[in-house]
Unconditional design. Structure first.
Length: 71
């Protein structure tokens, strides 16, 4: 998860968003964002809220793709 946290942080910075701005736009508390960027720990709900604001929801598509050969 720390790799994902670093990717989120890089995307946030590329958009010139502070952690506070991301918090305000996403509804995820500033403390949760700080903890996530430091430790990689976050709930799925909060991660999806961040992805929505960062225009990165499509990055989650691979998680939900069904592959019948993998069952």
């Amino acid at each position: 998860m720390l790799h994902i946290a670093h990717q989120v942080q890089a995307k946030r910075l590329s958009l010139n968003f502070s952690q506070k701005t991301l918090s305000e736009r996403s509804g995820v508390s500033l403390g949760v964002i700080k903890k996530f960027e430091h430790s990689g720990k976050i709930s799925l709900e909060s991660l999806l809220k961040l992805a929505l604001v960062l225009d990165a929801l499509n990055d989650f598509e691979f998680i939900f793709k069904f592959d019948p050969q993998k069952i």
